[in-house]
Design a protein around this ligand. Structure first.
Ligand code: DGL
Length: 272
């Protein structure tokens, strides 16, 4: 098989990585994708890093068996815990999620930014280093988004429960006079409609997914792996648990549901 025509692997603890997949599809509509949702082990956020490394290792082996040419770790928690291990262990390019502290810190006028992420992401080297490097003169108001991933997975991103929980998490940030809110978990972009409703105007919500998609495209070009054959791209979805939420999000999403060549397969599979 021509290596350029191989699919891009992408994984998350669940449906969160779809917020990244849609940005990838937008800028690389000729690429094929294999999406793995580890729904049976979701959420990752509160699990020890050792466990996340084990799961990420197992999913990576599976994606390599599916002939993926590169892997996007579309999960901030898995990136924080496992990306160093994956890069050392497997001979293919990995693209991870980076908390968007840099753009928020460079653009803040109030010198105060908010970061919403999982406990696992805040514990990671990447978060600590990025904050030290870019946010040393900025007040970072951070909050673990306990319970938010579960609501998104249950299809309750637009519910009253989500609104109540988000209010509890962002009100202290608003009191800190933030003007940027960094979404440090790939599930959280699905909460944007509720966030927009409860946040005062003028607070910018930063989702790193478009930047990660651009970085993926750049890496493919660097490795000469970008697909130049426009025929028959496909997306295959695998899930280690129930996949209704994947179906539901894909069907409602403007980009994913109008995917040019909608060859989509869903399969439930236990691998780890
Ligand atoms: N989407 C994952 C992330 O970006 C969610 C983590 C979880 O499963 O708790 O961190």
């Amino acid at each position: 098989m021509n290596p350029k025509q191989k699919p891009i692997g992408i994984f998350d603890s669940g449906a969160g990585g779809l917020s990244v997949l849609k940005e990838l599809v937008k800028i690389m509509p000729y690429e094929s994708f294999i999406y793995f949702a580890d729904s049976a082990n979701c959420p990752y956020g509160s699990k020890p890093h050792e466990k996340i490394i084990e799961l990420s290792d197992c999913i990576t082996k599976f994606l390599i068996e599916q002939h993926c040419k590169t892997i996007v770790v579309a999960c901030n928690t898995a990136t924080a815990a496992a990306i160093d291990h994956l890069r050392k262990s497997f001979n293919l390019p990995f693209i991870g999620m980076e908390p968007a502290i840099k753009p928020a810190s460079l653009n803040t006028k109030t010198k105060s930014i908010g970061v919403l992420a999982t406990a696992g992401t805040f514990k990671g080297r990447l978060y600590i280093e990025t904050s030290q490097k870019y946010a040393s003169d900025v007040n970072v108001c951070y909050q673990v988004g306990e319970g938010l991933v579960e609501l998104v997975e249950k299809g309750m991103a637009n519910s009253k429960e989500a609104e109540v929980l988000l209010k509890k998490y962002v009100e202290p940030m608003v009191d800190c006079n933030i003007d940027h809110l960094v979404l440090g978990c790939t599930h959280y972009p699905f909460l944007k409609p509720v966030l927009r409703k409860i946040l005062p105007k003028g607070i910018e919500i930063i989702d790193p997914a478009p930047a990660v998609a651009k970085q993926t495209s750049k890496i493919l070009q660097e490795f000469n792996l970008n697909n130049d054959d426009t025929n028959n791209p496909y997306i295959t979805f695998f899930s280690s648990g129930k996949s209704e939420i994947l179906n539901d999000i894909v069907e409602k999403d403007e980009t994913l549901s109008t995917y040019k060549f909608p060859k989509m397969y869903y399969q439930e599979i236990r691998i780890c």
